[in-house]
Structures are given as structure tokens and as C-alpha cells.
Design a protein around this ligand. Structure first.
Ligand code: GLC
Length: 454
């Protein structure tokens, strides 16, 4: 609303007249619904950098952007030629998307261009006129040649997964990046985003990853206009302009904050008034914060760890975007496959307490957390105090309670609190899921202050 008012007053039109009423931005709760319900997505960081086994983009020495010096492993001229060997003959988009589906993911976000500037699709946007360098620095100039984005998009659709493109606005090898008024680079990247949104059928999300420089060196409002024209229901994360100086306060800031927050490498806090998605690597590097792309020799997080992350995000009312870093051959690391399969088995049995729920009413913490839908609350308990779990009293009567897998449990609710006792033998070592069924609300009932809200 604020955006529309601002734009009308300033004489700028972001949306066609007929869109104004039906397509408010940021996304409406109807437009957000599938994302809110989906809970679990698969993030895929991959590209020629995987050949080096060093961190994607950050592994390149002599970067223009500071930070992460411990990640710099590959001399720039070596890194910039890795594409010539990129030939992932074992890549099979159908198998990847089938695995995402088996894991219980409802959407996938694929790296189309990372900070290193390499395009995973045959872009038409020329990058270097210099005859000594690849004109496009894209998959078309590798021995593999196939359009990875096209194959991923088709396979995601086939397996019923929503599709998101990760696109890095910052580009550490583009010759015009942040040069002067940045117009040449700005035109280049906006044209690339248009390609990604018009060539591959429905796209559900754009996942940007920061931009640096000044607001005036970009035409972010135009970018959003183009994106929404291509896909009126597109969801956009909060990083399209994050890092830019001088973002105008008010409507423009709201526009760029877009639809959801993106805590990185940690689980976001309990937050129900705005959507959020934690992105976390399945590789947990010993000595650095990377692990997005293939990092041979670095450990994969255990299943229990990944499951706890999923449950902690969902009980906090967010989504988990769990990242894999496939091998340069096109295969997924076997340990990562195994964890994903286990996630899927768990979700088959417990998915009712995850998908389509909302976080709360209890605030999550070390003990675990809860999810809710209709007259059900699911407690996800990580830590017991001996045999007992103590929580604040609910304002509603609990009609029945059982372990999601069957056995009845007996909750005791008094004014002082809600207490559930479960013998150790029946507690799950990772997450004990207890389903509470609430009695219908009596008319005239009004919840007291300070109680968990239902
Ligand atoms: C950071 C890193 C980048 C990674 C991204 C994922 O921005 O720079 O390498 O792709 O996080 O959230």
C-alpha cells in the first residue's frame, strides 16, 4: 500500500493499473502461502569452481572484494580458466530433482551466476569484447555446453518442485562492474535476470545475494518492474539491494526488503510477522565459514543436526534452505545424499507436524519448539528435564495428546503450567513429536494476557 501511494504521488508507476489492486507488493499473504507452507527447500551451489575444491568465488585469489582471506586458494588466472574443463558428464537434473523430492523438499534454488561471474546458462549478454577471453563466460563455452538452467527448470517442474534462481548481482570479474555510473554493468545484469525469467517457464523465486556501490548506480525499481511483469507472483528475497549505499527510506526500502528475510549459516529467531528462510550449508567446514560449493575433505553435517535445524526453523515460523555442493562430475556427494534420504524418511512419518503449519504458540528454544494448525499443536521436544517437559499453560483445554507415532500421553495443565511426562525409553533421541488436540473454544472465551497466542 505504502509503495503504491508513494509511486502514485511521485508519478512513477511500478505496476500496470489493473495490477494495483490484485498484486500489492511485497507479496500478499495469498502469494506467500505456498512458501509459508513449504518449509523445506534445497539450495545448490555448483559451477566450474567445484573443480578446484575451493570455495565458489571466495576461493579465487586477488578478489576485488575484501574478506574471507582464509578461503583464497586458487590464483585468479587458474580460477578464470576452470570453465574450460567443466564437463559434468554425470549431471542428471532429473535425478537431482527426484532426490530433492525424496528428501521432502518443496522447492529448489539453483545458482545461476555466483560472485565469480560465470553463467550456468547460455546467456546472450556479451561480457568481454577482448578476443583473448570468453565472450560470455557461460556454460556455452565449456566442453559440456548444455543449458543447466533449462534442465533444472524442466526437472523441477516435472517433480512438482517450486523453482528459485539464485543470482549474484555483485560480479567480481565483469569488466564494467561498478565502473563510473555502472550503467554498462547494470544493463548487463538486468538483461541477464530477464533471460532467467523469460526463457524457462514459470519461476517462483528470485534469490539475490547483495549488491555494493551506490543506489544511483543501479535501477533497482526498474528491475522489480521487469521481474513482476514476467511473473506477477514472483517472490523475492531481501538481498536485491542489500549492501547498497543510500537506498531511499520508505517505499524503496520496503520494495527492496521484498518478501522474506535470509538469516545465513544460522537458524533465525522466532518471528511470525514476516517470512524468513535460513540458508545453511550441509558441509560444515572445520576452519572457515564456507561450504556452499564442493569442498572435498570437509565433513557433512549429521542427519540429526540437519533435522534439528529443520525443526528449529519451522517451530520458529521460518523455512530451511539446506545447501548441497555437488561434485564437478555432476554427482551429489554420497554423504549428502544419505542425509537427504533420511530427512525424507523422517518427513514421511512426521510431515504432518511440519508442512502447512505455523510456528508457535510456544516460543522455541533449547527444549525444542512447537508448530500449530487448526486445533492441533505439535510439540517437538529435543531436551527433557529427566522424564518431564514443562511449558507455560495454554489458554485452551487439551482434549487429547499422543506421540505422533501412536502412544497416548497424559498432559497435566494447571494454572502454573503444562507438564508432560514421558519415560526415557519413549523419548526420541533427536525429536520427540507430541500431538496435542485442543478442545473447541467455548463462546465468550477470551485468552488472557501473557498466554501463548493461538
Ligand atoms: C554469502 C556468500 C555466498 C553464498 C551466500 C548464500 O553471501 O558470499 O558465497 O552463496 O552467502 O547465502
Amino acid at each position: 500500500m505504502v509503495i503504491t501511494t508513494f509511486l502514485l504521488l511521485s508519478g512513477v508507476s511500478l505496476f500496470a493499473a489493473e495490477d494495483r489492486a490484485t498484486n500489492p507488493r511485497p507479496a500478499s499473504s495469498e502469494q506467500m502461502q505456498w512458501f509459508r507452507d513449504a518449509k523445506f527447500g534445497l539450495f545448490i551451489h555448483w559451477g566450474p569452481a567445484s573443480i578446484s575444491g575451493a570455495e565458489i568465488s571466495w576461493g579465487r585469489k586477488d578478489r576485488i572484494e575484501a574478506g574471507g582471506t582464509e578461503l583464497q586458494k586458487v590464483p585468479a588466472d587458474v580460477y578464470d580458466h576452470l570453465y574450460q574443463q567443466f564437463n559434468p558428464v554425470k549431471f542428471n537434473a532429473d535425478q537431482w530433482m527426484a532426490l530433492a523430492k525424496v528428501a521432502g523438499c518443496r522447492y529448489v534454488v539453483f545458482i545461476t551466476k555466483h560472485h565469480d561471474g560465470f553463467s550456468m546458462w547460455p546467456t546472450k549478454q556479451v561480457r568481454w569484447e577482448d578476443p583473448a577471453r570468453p565472450r560470455y563466460y557461460s556454460i556455452a563455452e565449456t566442453p559440456f555446453k548444455r543449458d543447466l538452467c533449462q534442465e533444472i527448470a524442466a526437472a523441477a517442474r516435472k517433480h512438482g518442485l517450486k523453482l528459485g534462481w539464485y543470482y549474484s548481482t555483485r560480479d567480481w570479474t565483469h569488466p564494467d562492474y561498478l565502473k563510473g555510473d555502472n550503467r554498462r554493468y547494470n544493463d548487463y545484469y538486468e538483461a541477464q535476470v530477464s533471460e532467467l525469467l523469460t526463457r524457462y517457464g514459470p519461476v517462483d523465486m528470485m534469490w539475490f545475494d547483495h549488491a555494493f556501490g551506490d543506489w544511483n548506480q543501479f535501477t533497482i525499481e526498474h528491475l522489480f518492474q521487469t521481474m513482476y511483469q514476467a511473473h506477477p507472483n514472483l517472490l523475492v528475497n531481501n538481498r536485491s539491494a542489500r549492501g547498497l549505499n543510500n537506498i531511499p527510506a520508505g517505499a524503496m526500502r520496503q520494495l527492496t526488503e521484498a518478501d522474506y528475510d535470509t538469516p545465513e549459516q544460522h537458524i533465525g529467531q522466532f518471528q511470525t510477522n514476516r517470512a524468513w528462510e535460513s540458508c545453511v550449508t550441509m558441509t560444515k567446514c572445520r576452519n572457515d565459514t564456507g561450504g556452499w560449493s564442493y569442498r572435498p575433505g570437509e565433513p557433512t553435517r549429521a542427519f540429526a543436526d540437519c533435522l534439528k535445524m529443520l525443526v528449529s526453523t519451522v517451530t520458529g515460523d521460518g523455512n530451511l534452505l539446506l545447501n548441497i555442493g555437488p561434485m564437478p562430475t555432476g554427482e551429489i556427494v554420497p554423504e549428502q545424499i544419505e542425509v537427504l534420504r533420511k530427512m525424507g524418511i523422517w518427513l514421511k512419518q512426521n510431515g504432518k507436524s511440519i508442512y502447512g503449519t505455523r510456528g508457535g504458540p510456544f516460543v522455541n528454544g533449547n527444549w525444542g519448539g512447537s508448530t500449530q494448525r487448526g486445533n492441533k499443536i505439535w510439540l517437538h521436544v529435543f531436551e527433557w528435564s529427566g522424564d518431564t517437559l514443562r511449558l507455560p499453560t495454554l489458554e485452551r483445554t487439551i482434549q487429547s495428546a499422543r506421540l505422533l507415532r501412536g502412544t497416548k500421553v497424559k498432559p497435566v495443565q494447571t494454572r502454573a503450567g503444562l507438564e508432560i511426562t514421558l519415560p526415557k525409553a519413549q523419548q526420541d533421541p533427536v525429536d520427540t513429536v507430541i500431538e496435542l488436540t485442543l478442545a473447541p473454544v467455548k463462546t465468550g472465551h477470551s485468552p488472557g494476557a501473557g498466554s501463548p497466542q493461538l
